[in-house]
Structure formats: C-alpha cells, structure tokens
Design a protein around this ligand. Structure first.
Ligand code: NAP
Length: 310
C-alpha cells in the first residue's frame, strides 16, 4: 500500500488477464519494473472458463483458473508485482500515468490498458435483481447450481453454443432462444449443440421478460416473426449474448469507437503517448486468449520503444 504513491513504475498494467500478464512478462524480461492491477483473480475472462482447448501448448486442454494462476506465476518469476485491487480512475495525459485504487495511486512511465470485456446484459426489467437468483452470465461458474433443472440460454454465438452444450451435461433440459433461425457459432460447436438430445432451439425469438420476484421462475418469449408472446417455465436463464469492453474509465480521455473499443493497431499504440491498449479492449477481428497474449507481447515491445525515446 504505502509505496504506491511514491514509486514510479516503468509500467502499470491495468487488468491481469492473458493480455496484461503477457505484457508484464515481456516487459519484466526486458528489465522493466512492472505492477499488474487486477480487480478479481488472475486470468480475467479465461479464469471464468471451465475448460480451454484452443490455447496452444496444452494438448489435453487446461482449466481457466489454472491458466490464470500460471500466467501470474510466470510473470512474477521475473519480478512482476500483482496487486488485487480495482482501478477507480485513471489520469493518462501527463508523463506520469496514474491509476487510483483503494490500495493507493499507482504511477507508471507507461500504462498498458488490458481490462478486457464484460458480459452484455439483456436490459430487461428485473434483470439486475434476479442476477444470482436464476439469471446468470457465466455457465461455467453457475451451471452446477442447476443440475437436473431446466435452463434457458439466450444467444447464438460461440458462447451460447458452448454454454448450452456444457449445461446439457448437467441440466435435465436446455432451451436455446435465438433471434435468428441459425447459430452463428463455429460449425463444430453448432453441430455438437444441435446433436445433444436434451437441447432444443427456439428460433426467431427473444426473451422479452423475466418472471419471478425473488427467484427466476420463467421467461417471456417473443416470436419475432408473429409478434406472439408466450411464457416458458425455467429455473435458470444464461445470458450469452457477447461481450462489451471495459473501457468506461477511459471515456473523455481517449477516443473510443461506437462499440466502446479502443482504436489501436497491432502495435497497441493509442493516441496517448505511453498508453497501450491490449487484448479485448482493442479494435480487432478475433478476440481469443491467444490474440490477447499476442497483444500483450506487442504492448511490451511498444512500451520499451517509447521508454527508449523518453
Ligand atoms: P458473439 O459472437 O458476438 O455472439 C453474440 C450472440 O448473441 C449473437 O448470436 C447475437 O445475435 C446475440 N445477441 C446479441 N445481442 C443480443 C440481444 N440483445 N438479444 C438477443 N440476442 C443477442 O458473442 P460470443 O458468442 O460471446 O463470442 C464473443 C467472442 O468470443 C467471439 O469472437 C467468439 O468467437 C469468442 N468465443 C470463442 C469461443 C471458442 O470456443 N473459441 C467461445 C466463446 C467465445 P446475432 O447473431 O443476431 O447478432
């Protein structure tokens, strides 16, 4: 706590996911003094993923929590410091980049912003109250609470298909509600989901309302072709409709695109000198652990170059 206000790090990393820890690892190996500020647990969204089969180097796959711990341990082996604290405000314009937290203000000559993304919400009345009472955004975290029950999954991408598949192994019945008549998930996932016996699809439909006061008891389903609304009893609703970037802290300091992402090329260089955007917060075509890690390495290299010329 005490040293945070006085000490000037070479690099402050906001976010301890694959992007943040890879930036920290590369920077520390290049001799920089680095602190990672992470508000939950190392690994970011990856740590919320039950099993990861598409990150190279793990032939049998790896669970997300272990991958997160490994990312941290590897960076710390080279002297990176981790502080588990939420960043409340950032001051980025000056030579000294400052991050305010409950543990004090952390200052860096450079700052890598790698705060990742969060789950998008449906925006329905009662959604916030019922979160944790039947409404969930993380099948890997909460699926186990609905063993033998009926779960609805809303969405049609990789997350929805993957969530529906893993829930089909736990729940009695899983119903996917999607606003189109086909999944946009990758073929392998979509085919496996369509084959699962206790998994059914409700196409061209949206969840238009949540039922239940203290606990979710069902959802209202709107057919987008006919406009008809019906009620569907269920124990859980998993909202798997994609992600939104965690960039609110940057509003007014940095230009963001219409979806809230930070416009930056592969170099991760942003319009503020000394500030780099890595991982899911950056404009890019593919948001995966491997592309986040790649951004981390680029951010460290770009930060090194910046420090050499300042
Ligand atoms: P996504 O690909 O953006 O899909 C979001 C889905 O939710 C779409 O089907 C979309 O419908 C639907 N949707 C969005 N807003 C909605 C709303 N308000 N109401 C109802 N439906 C709504 O998101 P994702 O599946 O979370 O994937 C995000 C990224 O992570 C992607 O790049 C994905 O490839 C990656 N990912 C990869 C894996 C993997 O195994 N490799 C697993 C999970 C995620 P429309 O189709 O109509 O737009």
């Amino acid at each position: 706590m005490g040293d945070s206000a006085m000490h000037l790090y070479d690099m402050v990393v906001v976010g301890g996911g694959p992007a943040g820890y890879t930036a920290a690892l590369y920077a520390a190996r290049a001799g920089l003094d680095v602190v990672v500020l992470e508000r939950m647990a190392p690994g970011g969204q990856a740590a919320l993923t039950a099993w990861i089969d598409n990150y190279p180097g793990f032939p049998e796959g790896i669970d997300g929590v272990t991958l997160g711990q490994n990312l941290r341990a590897q960076a710390e082996r080279f002297g990176v410091k981790t502080v588990l604290t939420a960043v409340k405000a950032l001051r980025l314009a000056g030579e000294r980049k400052e991050a305010d937290t409950d543990e004090g203000t952390f200052s860096g000559r450079t700052l890598v912003f790698a705060a990742g993304a969060r789950h998008r919400e449906l925006g329905l009345p009662g959604e916030k109250t019922l979160t944790g009472r039947g409404v969930s955004y993380c099948a890997a975290c909460d699926g186990q609470f609905f063993r033998g029950k009926t779960a609805v999954v809303v969405g049609g991408g990789n997350s929805a298909a993957g969530d529906a598949l893993s829930l089909s192994k736990l729940c009695r019945k899983v119903i996917v509600i999607h606003r189109r008549d086909t999944l946009r998930a990758e073929k392998r996932l979509a085919e496996s989901a369509e084959k699962a016996e206790n998994l059914s699809f409700c196409w061209n439909s949206t969840v238009s309302g949540l039922l239940g006061d203290d606990r979710l008891t069902g959802v209202r389903v709107k057919n987008l072709l006919t406009g008809a609304e019906t009620e569907l009893a269920c124990d859980a609703l998993f909202v798997s409709i994609g992600m939104a970037p965690e960039t609110e802290l940057l509003r007014g300091q940095l230009h963001l695109d219409k979806d809230g992402y930070i416009p930056a090329e592969e170099s991760t260089v942003t319009e503020i000198p000394g500030v780099f955007a890595a991982g899911d917060v950056r404009t890019k075509a593919l948001r995966q652990i491997v592309t986040a890690a790649a951004d981390g390495a680029s951010a460290a290299r770009s930060a090194e170059k910046y420090l050499e010329s300042h």
